[in-house]
Write a protein that binds this ligand. Structure first.
Ligand code: FAD
Ligand code: NAD
Length: 471
């Protein structure tokens, strides 16, 4: 098939967008290569993102359940002792196992891994580690990296003089001791997940957030309730607050903050400062000027619905293009782009991309927030508290609620939001229902197994028409 080219498809970047695109392209009979500059495959997600963070969230949750007396309340009395090297070891093992798994899948599907960073020479040629490689189609899946905070230097390496004090998410995953005091700059997903890990293990965590609520982009009521829960868990939240400077002396940092509106500064002492104010697309060094591909105002590569860029034969998926920076969004785009390249119809419904914050309880949503839905027209909203869900109550997991937002005229579900211990798992049914164009009545009349947390979704759907049973 490749004829005058070395490959039919060359994917740049082996994160969830890139490796999935490469595997699907190969499955479809296309001669495929994937260039990756990192030592291991899997991108941000498997190496320094989703997987290692969840390894620490899961383990630290066990620790806190034991340390806080939650286990004792169920008749399991233990006095936990933290073995951080082992906890970190199982994180490293999880990453090793999964990144190795992608290498195995590449071999199995005959995807060639070109080791090195790729730079465009023209729209069908890239240079990887000094070698020119040609392809009929090139998919840019270079992902994203941490947005720096101007004037604040990040050094993740604890071996350096001031290293390991002001860190990004990668450094925060690799701490070798529990900080006494940790300041998290940015109350988004990373700040709350990694802040939770170290708080559970004993750190005093202060989250400094510029906006007046945590978790921008999520439903307003969910953001408010999340703030209440994190505060109850012991985090100090400084909302509507901006950081004006960070200084490091030895192993200590001083973070200067002031209200977003200005005035009275305050100094926060910390052993570790986590900078988690967002991520930005990776396009530097790609040589996009060589192919005449421009970036939008946010530094992203624009594509059409097929994930084709303005340059013929060049496609893009994942964090480097607009949309939520989520692994499953990147993966679905990876499948779709490969199918489009192969002449099939690859589609991603960007209206139905679930988002989950993996704290305890988890926080999840799909579709529109209530605020966004109301802007479009009249809605009906049904809510159900987890306190009234038999399984959550029995499991001592009283926090949270489910909210179903439906169109007032058609009853079609526009958004579902959950705060619950297993909200990340629960949200899948909501996404599927919305993908099928379900009404709240469809969910309300679907038989849900008892006793499950998911029954709260059914009850919230019943509440849309004012008829939940258990409240
Ligand atoms: P990436 O995963 O960033 O992969 C891009 C790859 O391209 C990288 O490996 C990079 O080395 C490589 N690359 C870049 N330039 C070149 C080049 N020129 N040549 C060759 N290779 C190149 N998302 C979720 O959905 N769930 C989560 O729980 C979650 N947790 C996260 C936790 C943390 C701490 C972080 C930082 C992120 C998390 N994310 C999570 C976000 C998720 O990791 C990203 O959305 C996802 O990895 C994006 O996939 P991608 O393929 O677009 O890019
Ligand atoms: P984010 O966009 O989720 O949150 C950044 C927060 O920092 C926002 O609340 C923002 O208002 C705040 N902020 C920005 N500038 C600030 C400043 N100067 N001072 C104080 N606060 C400031 O970004 P993130 O947490 O860094 O995560 C990056 C990306 O990674 C996100 O897009 C997210 O989707 C993805 N991610 C996803 C998961 C998950 O799905 N569970 C987990 C981690 C990361």
């Amino acid at each position: 098939m490749a004829e005058n080219y070395d490959y039919d498809v060359l994917v740049i970047g082996a994160g969830p967008g890139g490796y999935v695109a490469a595997i699907r392209a190969a499955q479809l009979g296309l001669k495929t290569a994937c260039a990756e500059g990192r030592e291991t495959l899997g991108g941000t997600c498997l190496n320094v993102g989703c997987i290692p963070s969840k390894a620490l969230l899961h383990a630290s949750e066990y620790f806190e359940a034991a340390a806080s007396g939650r286990m004792a309340a169920m008749g399991v009395k233990v006095t936990p002792e933290l073995d951080l090297p082992t906890m970190q070891g199982q994180r490293i093992d999880a990453v090793k196992g999964l990144t190795g798994g992608i290498e195995f899948l590449f071999k199995k599907n005959k995807v060639d891994w070109l080791k090195g960073y790729a730079t465009f020479k023209d729209a069908h040629t890239v240079d990887v580690a000094g070698k020119s490689v040609t392809a009929r189609n090139i998919v840019i899946a270079t992902g994203s990296s941490v947005t720096p905070l101007p004037g604040v230097e990040i050094d993740n390496d604890p071996g350096n003089k001031n290293g390991g004090v002001v860190v990004d998410s990668t450094g925060a995953l690799e701490l070798t001791a529990v900080p006494k005091k940790m300041v998290v700059i940015g109350g988004g997903v990373i700040g709350l997940e990694l802040g939770s890990v170290w708080r559970r293990l004993g750190a005093e965590v202060t989250v400094v957030e510029f906006l007046d609520q945590l978790l921008p982009g999520m439903d307003g009521e969910v953001r408010k309730e999340a703030g209440r829960i994190f505060k109850k868990q012991g985090m100090t939240l400084k909302l509507s607050t901006k950081v004006t400077g960070v200084t490091v002396k030895g192993r200590k940092a001083t973070v200067t903050v002031e209200p977003a509106a200005g005035c009275a500064t305050e100094k926060l002492e910390a052993d570790v400062v986590l900078v988690s104010i967002g991520r930005r697309p990776n396009t530097e060094g790609l040589g996009l000027d060589k192919i005449g591909l421009e970036l939008n105002a946010r530094g992203q590569i624009e594509t059409d619905h097929d994930f084709a860029t303005k340059v013929d034969g060049v496609w893009a998926v994942g964090d480097v293009i607009p949309g939520p920076m989520l692994a499953h969004k990147a993966e679905d785009e990876g499948i779709a782009v490969a199918e489009n390249i192969a002449g099939l119809t690859g589609i991603v419904n960007h209206e139905v991309i679930p988002g989950v914050v993996y704290t305890m309880p988890e926080i999840a949503g799909v579709g529109l927030t209530e605020e966004a839905a109301r802007q479009r027209g009249p809605v009906k909203v049904g809510k159900f508290p987890m306190l009234a869900n038999s399984r959550a109550k029995t499991n001592h997991e009283p926090d949270g609620f489910v909210k179903v937002i439906a169109d007032a005229q058609t009853d079609r579900v526009l958004g579902v939001w959950c705060i619950a211990a297993v909200a990340g798992t629960m949200i899948a049914q909501a996404a599927q229902a919305m993908e099928f164009g379900a009404t709240s009545e469809d969910i309300a009349y679907t038989c849900h197994a008892h006793p499950t947390h998911s029954e709260a979704i059914k009850e919230a759907a019943m509440a849309v028409t004012g008829k939940p049973i258990h409240i």
